[in-house]
Design a protein around this ligand. Sequence first.
Ligand code: ZN
Ligand code: ZN
Length: 142
Amino acid sequence: MSTDVLLVNRKVREVFLSIRKRVLDKYDYLPHTKVAYCFQADMEHDKSARQYAHWGHRKNTICLAHDIDKLPEANLRGIFLHEYGHVLDDHFEPEEGTDEEDMADKLDDIADGEDRADEIVSVLLGVDIEYDDNDVQREVTK
Ligand SMILES: [Zn+2]
Ligand SMILES: [Zn+2]
């Protein structure tokens, strides 16, 4: 096990690693992403209870509020998938002449970064994200 994720709660870490594997197996050129608790994420969560994570604050890191430990696995999966939507939004390189190119064009038309993250996950990873009663991401299981 690499040391970059050891600081995070075991359940959170295991869900993160499974999502990371799923994403990196398909898009192996993405940066090696890690997770870490973040004081700023805690403050954002205090202000808005549905906020548990953010991307873009620390290099190649999905930052987490400590309260994420309390969430059920379906929410953890939804949150990590959504954050990987942001990672892909930053780093996705569609192969020329493939369906991925058309998808990338379509994604350009979605102005809102949060909507785009979910759409990217749906289109590129084939997983849908829904929002539960607390407006927290959740993976839709088929
Ligand atoms: Zn952060
Ligand atoms: Zn987001």
